[in-house]
Write a protein that binds this ligand. Structure first.
Ligand code: SF4
Ligand code: SF4
Length: 408
């Protein structure tokens, strides 16, 4: 066991290996407020990677309706209960607005690594086969009906859609759990892969991953998982002429909830400061996007803008103590944040930096009893080599077609 720094927990923690040195880390932001559960992302992934015999129950990308849905069934409530049993009453945060090394404060409970039983590398369980069979059970099921209509900040009856892929964690539990060292994290982009030659199908990774994103394939007797569409990330897709491209699930997203990128990582595992990178900006500057169940301890790299209408207690458990700030920042966005939010799904190429060009004032609206000024700014995105690849205005331009344009 080694001591590594987990910035999401604001402290050191024990992990099987020293933290690796990564040039870049695959990361993404999902805006839950926008997801419509169309499952286009799910089918884009399935039709690309998991349509062969033995992969029938394998959904690397899934979208589940919270609080009841889950794939596999009840994956999160189950591991949360196991952690609570291992550390009764102790799974809490010392929340405070901290610095870059501890932005949410400090987690005082036990991670899946620290709560593991003797001889186990991470606390976990193996789902039953039946748990993998109904990926979309409880779709659109709300907690109840409201007789009073729905108003913010919390709806009486509520649900939301949680889109999930492998988090390509900085401290992957799947990797820690594998007795064959068949799982590795690529130094060039932090993508977590399974070496199919080394894997013997012991399913220790399936047991260890708290997000249940490592999946067993009975026909090959090996584990498979999301590969982050690495040929696209490497820029080997002919469409982008050598430039890194976003994954299939990101590029296909109809609700425009997803933005993906590669961020620079320091030797201590903390992201190198880069406020002009859209993912860094959303996670570290605005702190509007938060990790999913950071208390598990794997330092996941998919971040979520939490849904505004859901009871805070539920969101605190799911995204940690940064929730109140994130919702406030999203509800009353700064001029710069509103511009950056326009970058979501504006291009398939990966955006490495952005710039905001100021435009005229559009209007003033009231948000939470306070005025909020809106401006028609333009956000410009640049690729890895600093070339402009996208330009979007905050206000959707109204385009009037000239008469007689239709020749049919
Ligand atoms: S989400 Fe699970 S499968 Fe993916 S890297 Fe993290 S621990 Fe491994
Ligand atoms: S494609 Fe986008 S909007 Fe549709 S379900 Fe997936 S994440 Fe949600």
């Amino acid at each position: 066991m080694a001591n590594v720094h987990n910035w999401q927990l604001g402290r050191e923690m024990s992990y099987r290996h020293e933290g690796g040195v990564y040039d870049k880390q695959f990361a993404a932001v999902f805006n839950i407020n926008r997801c419509i559960a169309c499952q286009t992302c799910t089918m884009a992934c399935k039709s690309t990677w998991t349509h062969s015999p033995g992969q029938e129950l394998m959904w690397w990308n899934n979208v589940e309706t919270k609080p009841f849905g889950g794939y596999p069934s009840h994956w999160d409530s189950r591991i949360l209960s196991m952690l609570e049993n291992a550390n009764p009453g102790g799974q809490s945060w010392e929340a405070h607005a901290g610095d870059e090394a501890a932005p949410y404060g400090q987690f005082e409970g036990k991670t899946v690594f620290e709560a593991a039983d003797a001889g186990q590398r991470a606390l976990g369980y193996l789902p039953r086969e039946a748990d993998w069979k109904s990926p979309n059970r409880y779709e659109d099921h709300a907690t109840g009906f409201s007789k009073n209509g729905a108003t913010l900040p919390e709806h009486e009856g509520w649900f939301f859609y949680l889109a999930r892929i492998c988090n390509h964690c900085s401290y992957p539990a799947c990797l820690a759990g594998c007795p064959r060292n068949a799982i590795y994290k690529r130094p060039e982009d932090g993508i977590v892969l399974v070496d199919q030659e080394r894997c013997r199908g012991y399913q220790k990774c399936v047991e260890a991953c708290p997000y249940k994103k490592a999946m067993y394939r009975p026909t090959t007797r090996t584990t498979e998982k999301c590969i982050a569409c690495y040929p696209r990330v490497e820029g080997s897709d002919p469409l982008t002429d050598g430039q890194p491209m976003e994954t299939r699930c990101m590029a296909a997203c109809v609700g425009k909830i997803r933005l993906q990128g590669l961020v620079d990582v320091q030797d201590d595992g903390v992201w190198a400061s880069d406020p002009s990178h859209p993912i860094y900006y959303l996670v570290h500057e605005e702190r509007v996007a938060l990790p999913l169940y950071p208390q598990f301890g794997t330092q996941p790299n998919v971040y979520y803008i939490p849904p505004r209408w859901v009871p805070r207690q539920y969101l605190h458990q799911m995204f940690g103590p940064g929730v109140d700030h994130a919702i406030e920042a999203y509800t009353r966005p700064s001029r710069r944040l509103l511009a950056v939010l326009q970058l979501f799904r504006a291009t398939q190429k990966m955006v490495f930096s952005f710039d905001v060009r100021e435009g005229p004032k559009l209007s003033e609206i009231m948000v939470g009893g306070e005025p909020l000024e809106l401006f028609d700014d333009t956000v410009v995105g640049f690729d890895r080599d600093g070339r402009e690849i996208v330009r979007v205005r905050v206000e959707d331009p109204l385009i009037e077609r000239p008469g007689r344009i239709n020749s049919i």
